[in-house]
Design a protein around this ligand. Structure first.
Ligand SMILES: Cc1cc2nc3c(=O)[nH]c(=O)nc-3n(C[C@H](O)[C@H](O)[C@H](O)COP(=O)(O)O)c2cc1C
Length: 361
């Protein structure tokens, strides 16, 4: 599978992504007999978090499987969980193409997709069929965002609409207020606006299943000032959220090697250049939350060492996106296997034991 990279890199990045996704969803069934060989199953990697069992801590970041077409495939590739979406209440085409760019010198991507997705209704139906079809033995998170047509003042009811439709098919829900590609979206990270949205979702959740609240997480931007980060953590704790996904892509372009015509593309930067910033943010959130939130660390994780850095900074779970492009489809398996080696080398008994063990680093 590693041989595919030179071929895929000859293609336009979005076309290559579509091909990778299509082959994963089409081969899902054919892979059934082989299911298992890529799964790294080891009790030391397992965790019970938010009332869910995670076979390993390596997840798929939101935005790769926006249409939720390959969910059983992610489990077969060795992922311990996946996050589908972002899904919005209304179907959207997203921004004009080209809107995804490779920066190979930096092991990075810039995207301004703009939440292209099928809308909550169709995605909910697809997720329902997929889960009924079996083969989904990992937690599935659904990431929801604001429809472009909904103005900021109507954001809470727009998110709630998606929530109501998708909740029955999700193990956890991630509230995305941090994409740089929907105008004004990141302003929803302000305390009052965020509180309005989260309260609307909590009300919707209580109305749907009073005895069984769904784990809810908020996804933050890496560009937030420290005060806003602290506010968001305090709010999450006040409202009893399950956790935070830290972090989304950045609008910062400092230190890139790529030529200006690439580095200067508008959108969100992901991959190796955002690793350190995302880790610092994980560490800040972990310190403030003092173990009361599950932190999903994401941003620039390319290998097991990078995953270890996020985990010891305080992330119980980690996710990858850009690494799938530069390290290939076996990356989840490789990271999970590498984490086991690292546990052995450090003399640690389990992942849970090392979460947050280097919060001063
Ligand atoms: C092409 C592309 C599309 C993305 N779409 C979404 C999205 O729809 N929702 C979201 O919350 N994050 C989205 N992300 C952000 C990723 O989930 C992740 O937070 C970010 O890329 C940092 O991780 P990475 O360095 O491993 O890629 C997207 C990232 C990329 C590269």
């Amino acid at each position: 599978m590693r041989l595919a990279r030179p071929l895929l890199f000859k293609l336009d990045p979005e076309r290559a992504h579509e091909l990778a996704l299509k082959s994963l969803s089409a081969t899902s069934a054919a892979l059934v007999p082989a299911a298992g060989w890529l799964k790294v199953r080891d009790v030391r990697l397992e965790q019970e978090l938010m009332g869910l069992r995670f076979p390993n801590p390596v997840g798929l970041g939101a935005g790769y499987d926006k249409y939720a077409v390959a969910v059983p495939g992610w489990a077969r590739l060795g992922f311990g969980f996946c996050e589908v979406g972002t899904v919005t209440a209304w179907p959207q085409d997203g921004n004009p193409k080209p809107r995804l760019f490779r920066l190979p010198e930096d092991e990075a991507l810039i995207n301004r997709m703009g939440f292209n997705n099928d809308g909550a209704q169709r995605t909910a139906a697809r997720l329902g069929r997929m889960r009924d079809g079996g083969g989904v033995d990992i937690p599935v998170g659904v990431n929801i965002g604001k429809s472009k047509v909904a103005d900021l003042e109507r954001a809470a009811s727009d998110y709630a609409e998606s929530f109501r439709l998708l909740r029955p098919h999700a193990d956890f829900v991630v509230v995305n207020v941090s994409s740089p590609n929907t105008p004004g979206l990141r302003r929803l990270q302000d305390r009052d606006r965020l509180a309005g949205i989260l309260k609307a979702l909590i009300d919707a959740d209580r109305a749907m299943a009073p005895e069984r609240p769904i784990p809810m997480l908020v996804k933050l931007a890496p560009d937030l000032g420290d005060d806003l980060v602290d506010d968001a953590v305090d709010l999450a704790l006040e409202l009893g959220l399950a956790g935070m996904v830290v972090a989304n892509t950045t609008t910062d372009r400092a230190g890139l090697r790529a030529p200006a015509e690439l580095a200067g593309q508008g959108g969100g930067l992901s991959g190796a250049p955002i690793r350190a910033r995302a880790t610092a943010l994980v560490r800040r959130v972990a310190k403030r939350a003092e173990g009361r939130l599950v932190i999903v660390g994401v941003g620039g994780i390319m290998d097991a060492d990078d995953a270890w850095e996020k985990i010891t900074a305080g992330a119980a779970l980690i996710e990858v996106w850009t690494a799938l492009v530069y390290r290939g489809p076996l990356v989840a398996h490789d990271i999970a296997a590498g984490l086991l080696d690292r546990l052995r080398a450090e003399g640690a008994r389990s992942i849970a034991e090392v979460v947050g063990s280097a919060t001063d680093g």
